[in-house]
Ligand binder design. Structure first.
Ligand code: SAH
Length: 249
């Protein structure tokens, strides 16, 4: 398939080959020991990190690149009113079926952040985009859409992988080839994003990074935990500069 690297007006900002990496595994999405085991393993950590900062109960939440809904359903179970979107039709199909089975109320749509932002600008208190930006041709365009989707006072929670030699060693060589935590070829080093680059992109759209944490996998305990170092996987919270420091009347 010939997928252009740089999106134009006629080609949406979606790398079909990247989306297909996750559709091929669609039936295995909800298997905690399957190819997406790492997403299952980090789910409680990121859910708590978000909930502690957002207070999910009662919030209007959008999960962008939600896959089959691992975090999406978990946020709904914390009492949020959640919408999940993903470019992969198959992922959304699996997500809908699963939510139907578990009885969790989530509104799912097969679409992109950019397209959704055209109809729903300013509609969400919390916009979440986890483990997706490193699969998109133009992450800055996604960040722009995420910032448009956030309501005044809204919060963005993003996670991706840093572009460092350590990330190459751990997230690609270690996780994909040595420990086989993820299918080989899941990630491309060149698409990893440095926190400074993400912060710069957010700043262009008026958002400042308010909090950031690293996540690391320990082969000894076979568990992920939050760590100060953002050298490999990291997650951040950003808010509009004006929302963080309101001028006194
Ligand atoms: N956010 C979920 C899933 C991460 S896997 C989680 O962390 O559990 C990455 C997901 O991003 C896949 O489901 C893939 O289909 C989706 N994706 C990739 N590019 C996308 C794009 N441009 N727009 C929307 N979704 C995209």
């Amino acid at each position: 398939m010939n997928v252009p690297d740089v999106p134009t007006q006629d080609t949406p900002n979606v790398d079909e080959a990247e989306v297909a990496k996750f559709t091929a595994q669609a039936e295995e999405w909800w298997d905690p020991t399957g190819p997406l085991a790492t997403l299952h393993a980090i789910n409680p950590l990121r859910l708590n990190w978000i909930d502690e900062r957002a207070g999910l109960r009662g919030k209007r939440v959008l999960d962008v690149g939600c896959g089959a809904g691992l975090l999406t359903e978990a946020m709904a179970l914390r009492g949020a009113q959640v919408t999940g979107i993903d470019a992969g039709e198959e992922q959304i199909e699996i997500a809908r079926t699963h939510a139907g089975e578990t009885g969790v109320d989530v509104d799912y749509h097969a679409t992109t952040a950019e397209a959704f932002a055209e109809q729903h600008a300013g509609a969400f208190d919390v916009v979440v985009c986890m483990e997706m930006l490193e699969h998109v041709p133009d992450p800055d365009a996604v960040v722009a859409a995420l910032t448009r989707l956030a309501a005044p006072g809204g919060q963005l929670f993003l996670s991706t992988i840093n572009r460092t030699p350590r990330a190459f060693a751990e997230a690609i060589v270690g996780a994909e080839y040595l420990l086989r935590l993820l299918p080989a070829g899941t990630h491309e080093y060149a698409r990893f994003i440095r926190p400074s680059e993400l912060a710069g992109s957010l700043r262009t759209h008026g958002f400042d990074v308010c909090a950031m944490t690293g996540l690391t996998y320990s082969p000894l305990t076979r568990q992920y935990r939050l760590v100060p170092s953002t050298a490999v996987n990291y997650m951040l919270l950003a808010q509009r500069g004006a929302d963080r420091a309101p001028e006194s009347p």
